[in-house]
Design a protein around this ligand. Structure first.
Ligand code: NOJ
Length: 979
């Protein structure tokens, strides 16, 4: 290659000119801040922050909420009473409170408003909205038992003015309720873990009539909005300017119930770090939000929104919301789940009391103080007292459900772009993958496949023959995913919209007419899946007869379900819109998207039950989500950019989804907007191979970038990354099983795996694949040749490909030229793989397994393998194989994980009886094995000897031994004695 010096001078200036031109023409991606509210522009957010500011400025501040002791009743694990909010010398607002101690060991606190429960309020503007505070979030989010614990009991002899309840396993948990002011401290083994209203920021904005002296919004002249904001501070000192109406971006919210937010401060004494509350493009360890070096100035916002060209390192809201937070310290993990479907903000600050230098053993003590506020609805908070990260996530999973067990194809590779333009194009792409020997399972169609953005139709010119397209894919065991959004085109001659209107199944506007807004199709209506009748109707649309051209290998992508409304406030729906049974949109905004993708899941399930012999598991991808979404959908992180920074940001985002109970998550590989360089694309495939949801996707204006387009060496390197994913599918599928049963994350951050390692609390750029001991760190920098990976303890780790050894707590540099994926194996694990390169996961079904045993100094290792038919629900009746592998004292044994079997086991086990182990690799075996030529293999009581080869490790690489084809069956118990 010519060096730069040898170029004629005109050539050296050319790149500069080109680069300058490129800067001028290449799009600059930047979020439009002006489209989204800051806290100051959101009435209730501003009010609650002001409330917090005045409380902390006032030394004599005392929360005006008191539990009326005479109202307390306790029975069946539930304490009921009334909190009185003093608003004037002679006025108290009655707020019924219920503190439940559940059988499961979790606690729940709900606070309602008596007047609204009884419907004794008046609505303005002749609104048809419901009068109660929204109390149905539970109906959508909770599937677990809410049964009170029989064993929870009120303690005798509690201090005056307090009520103490013992609950949880062995009554280790304690709730100390202070009556005046009302406060709650949750303790474990006598130590405070979670405190409610410790800072006195509890705030329930009660209903009140609008005073006549405040001018009505209608009377205000246009353009006065800003002035009004500043102006009204009433005698009480309260800023009432946002109580009765709120305008933003030209839209006015009529707020027929006036101000109604709920807020609470929740402190975590002794906890220096908190995680969770996705979705934000931010670090996993949440930052402080009240200013200061490296901190945010805005609270984390949870308001499902279509944030175009979102920015990184920001507490701005994104597409989905999970108001579940974990606080973590070396010896304790606890969690709170704020169950509210309305817009929510969370402020975080930390305070540290310094250790007393004169007192031996005294340490700094950090408390993380959080402050939560939601626009409307009940106050409803669950508390999980751990003590470990997996205890907390299990408790959350027990309540909201766990991730659906996916079909196997769904965890393989998905190829998407906006758009594959014809049915022939789809077939061509499919063929090219085969031609280049690149594995893939699913090809996707974005909105352009439809006839004029009318979902459930095909463009008659470009998708003339969808049937032949899906058959072509089916022959290769491949699937198709088509997009179906919740906006239904408002047009003539479209039976879907006709039915939506006729059956009255759409969301209504504030005047109770069918709501109309703009999205991809232009004028549209939105299905209201809060209405059970809408779900029933939705089901009917997915029948093969209704959605002609689809079949059993077609699955669904639900996008734009925040909902995204191009001409609506903050690109969404007006908050005073009305849903089924007249709940206002503001109450259910964050839940809406989940009701929609749940309906799609139900529809696919119903379709499968009606059309197939044995129903198959649905696959739905959603952009908007809420607690409970994990039960029916996978998610992706929306419209990222083809930039290195976005590749880096995807890791914390995906990790955060996992610890927040929705682990089936991924980011658009390659970046949605813009054209990635070949290097960036290649690195993204390497990273994507470790996203639970692995899909390449690109914007309509981008160049084609399927892995075969780039050419060598890139195509080959991307293929290697894809093959790595495919070869590790047995480990991924086993991880999904664990997530399905226990709610555990699939990819895990350091703190989750090593809770005691303070040095790793903030780490969010490397991950463990479930319990496999595989530790991966993506390269996220241009032209990097190495990465530094952090090891949490002194256990040895080995390079996955070369067996180079890394040992010692702290940072280690790993060579990572473009073709190298930084992946380590932690000693003590056994990893199942399938090493034969195939073109799709279905073609690997009958392939034999390789087991990799990774040994440390204690000479012990363990691992698991779960599989089933990868498609049907038969696993629910026991049609699955779940083996444990353990290695100790020179012997590898395979045993059933659960000796009790379901009724489907025998038949299934018979059908897979031929599956065998074709290779056992032992990494870092004892040196004496060099002299061992054969190992003894025992199965069915018969012993045989099989050859073993030994390769001595050199210069920092571990030795390894290989046993080829021991011919042991996966479904059987067996043992291999090595020495
Ligand atoms: C927005 C989604 O985030 C993106 O992935 C999709 O391609 C476009 N909508 C078009 O449907």
């Amino acid at each position: 290659m010519q060096s730069r010096q040898q170029l004629p001078s005109s050539w050296t200036t050319l790149p500069v000119i080109l680069a300058t031109l490129a800067l001028l023409v290449s799009p600059v991606f930047m979020v439009k801040h002006e489209n989204f509210k800051t806290c100051d522009q959101s009435g209730f957010c501003k009010r609650n922050r002001q409330f917090a500011d005045s409380a902390s400025a006032d030394k004599s501040w005392s929360s005006p909420y008191a539990l009326d002791a005479s109202t307390i009743k306790f029975s069946k694990g539930q304490l009921e009473g009334t909190i009185l909010k003093s608003v004037a010398a002679d006025e108290q607002i009655r707020l019924p409170v219920v503190v439940s101690f559940l059988e499961t060991g979790s606690a729940r606190v709900t606070i309602d408003e008596e007047k609204r429960q009884k419907g004794e309020i008046e609505l303005r503007h002749n609104s048809k909205a419901r009068k109660e505070r929204y109390n149905e979030s539970e109906k959508h989010a909770i599937v677990g038992s809410l049964k009170g614990s029989k064993d929870a009991k009120v303690a005798d002899g509690a201090e005056k003015g307090t009520t103490v309840i013992y609950y949880g396993p062995d009554e280790k948990f304690q709730a100390v309720i202070t009556h005046k002011p009302f406060g709650l401290t949750f303790k474990r083994d006598g130590k405070a873990q979670v405190q409610f209203n410790e800072r006195g920021l509890l705030n329930v904005e009660h209903w009140r009539p609008k005073p006549p002296d405040v001018p009505a919004e209608e009377e205000k002249k246009e353009g006065e909005e800003a002035k009004v904001e500043e102006k009204k501070v009433e005698e009480s000192g309260e800023d009432t300017s946002t109580w009765w109406e709120e305008s933003f971006g030209g839209n006015t919210d009529t707020k027929p119930r006036g101000p109604e937010s709920v807020a609470l401060d929740i402190s975590f004494p002794g906890f220096s770090v908190v995680y969770g509350i996705p979705e934000h493009a931010s670090s996993m360890a949440l930052k402080q939000t009240r200013g200061g070096d490296g901190n945010y100035n805005e609270p984390y916002r949870l308001f499902n929104a279509d944030v175009f060209e979102y920015e990184l390192d920001s507490p701005m809201t994104l597409y989905g919301s999970i108001p579940f937070m974990q606080a973590h310290s070396k010896d304790s993990t606890v969690g709170v789940f704020w169950l509210n479907g309305a817009e929510t903000w969370v402020d975080i600050v930390k305070s540290t009391s310094k250790a007393n230098p004169l007192s031996l053993g005294s340490k700094d003590f950090t408390t993380t103080q959080t402050h939560w506020f939601s626009e409307s609805g009940l106050m409803d908070v669950f508390v999980f007292l751990g003590p470990t990260p997996s205890d907390v996530i299990k408790s959350y999973g027990e309540l909201t459900g766990t991730t659906a067990m996916p079909q196997e194809f769904a965890i393989a590779y998905h190829q998407c772009r906006w758009n594959y333009v014809t049915d022939q194009d789809v077939k061509d792409v499919d063929k090219r993958f085969d031609k280049f020997n690149i594995p893939y399972d699913v090809i996707w169609l974005d909105i352009e496949y439809t006839d004029g953005k009318k979902y459930f139709t095909w463009d008659p010119l470009t998708f003339k023959n969808p049937d032949s397209m899906i058959k072509h894919l089916d022959k290769r065991s491949r699937k198709l995913v088509t997009i179906i959004d919740p906006h239904i085109k408002n047009t003539d001659s479209y039976p879907v919209v006709d039915a939506l209107k006729k059956k009255d199944l759409a969301v209504h506007d504030k005047d109770n007419n069918i709501y109309e807004g703009w999205c991809w199709p232009g004028s549209s209506h939105w299905i209201d899946c809060l209405n059970p009748a809408a779900i029933e109707w939705w089901k009917s649309l997915f029948k093969y007869k209704a959605f002609v051209g689809t079949g059993s290998n077609v699955f669904i992508w639900n996008d734009m379900n925040e909902p995204s409304v191009f001409n609506g406030p903050e690109t969404s729906m007006p908050r005073d819109n009305l849903h089924f049974q007249n709940w206002e949109h503001r109450d259910v905004h964050n839940i809406y998207g989940m009701t929609y993708h749940n309906a799609t899941y139900q529809a696919l399930l119903a379709r499968s039950k009606a059309e197939e012999k044995s129903p198959r598991r649905p696959f739905v991808l959603t952009r908007a989500f809420f607690p409970g979404s994990q039960r029916t959908a996978a998610m992706w992180t929306g419209d990222n950019l083809a930039e290195w920074s976005h590749l880096a940001a995807s890791l914390p985002m995906v990790l955060n989804q996992g610890i927040a109970g929705m682990p089936f998550a991924g980011a658009d590989v390659g970046g949605f907007f813009g054209n990635p360089s070949k290097e960036l694309l290649t690195r993204w495939y390497q990273a994507g191979a470790f996203y639970p949801f692995f899909r390449g996707h690109a914007h309509i204006d981008t160049r084609r970038r399927e892995p075969y387009v780039a050419g060598e060496p890139y195509t080959g390197i991307m293929t290697q990354a894809l093959r790595l994913r495919y070869s590790l599918l047995p480990a991924w599928y086993t991880a999904f099983r664990e997530a399905h049963v226990y709610g555990t994350p699939i990819v895990r951050p350091n703190w989750f795996v090593h809770p005691e390692d303070e040095g790793g609390f903030a780490l969010d750029d490397q991950l463990y694949l479930a319990d496999t001991g595989l530790l991966f760190k993506p390269v996220v920098a241009e032209a990097a040749n190495s990465v530094d990976i952090y090891l949490a303890d002194d256990t040895p780790y080995f390079d996955y490909f070369t067996y180079k050894t890394y040992k010692g707590k702290g940072s280690h540099t790993i060579e990572a030229p473009l073709e190298k994926i930084p992946l380590l194996m932690r000693a003590g694990h056994i990893v199942p793989r399938r090493d034969r390169a195939r073109r799709s996961s279905a073609l690997m079904r009958n392939d034999p397994y390789t087991l990799v045993i990774v040994l440390g100094s204690d000479g012990k290792a363990a691992g698991e393998l779960y599989f089933d038919d990868g498609e049907s629900f038969d696993y629910e009746a026991g049609a699955y194989i779940h083996r444990t592998f353990s290695y100790a004292d020179g012997k590898l044994s395979s045993a059933d994980k659960y000796p009790e079997k379901g009724k489907g086991f025998d038949k299934y086990a018979k059908s897979v009886s031929k599956l065998r182990v074709e290779r056992v690799v032992v990494v870092n075996p004892p040196a004496e094995w060099e002299k061992v030529a054969k190992v003894s293999v025992t199965q069915d009581g018969k012993e045989k000897y099989v050859k073993m080869s030994f390769v001595k490790g050199e210069s920092g690489h571990a030795s390894y031994a290989v046993v080829r084809d021991p011919k042991v069956q996966i479904v059987k118990d067996w043992g291999i004695v090595f020495a």
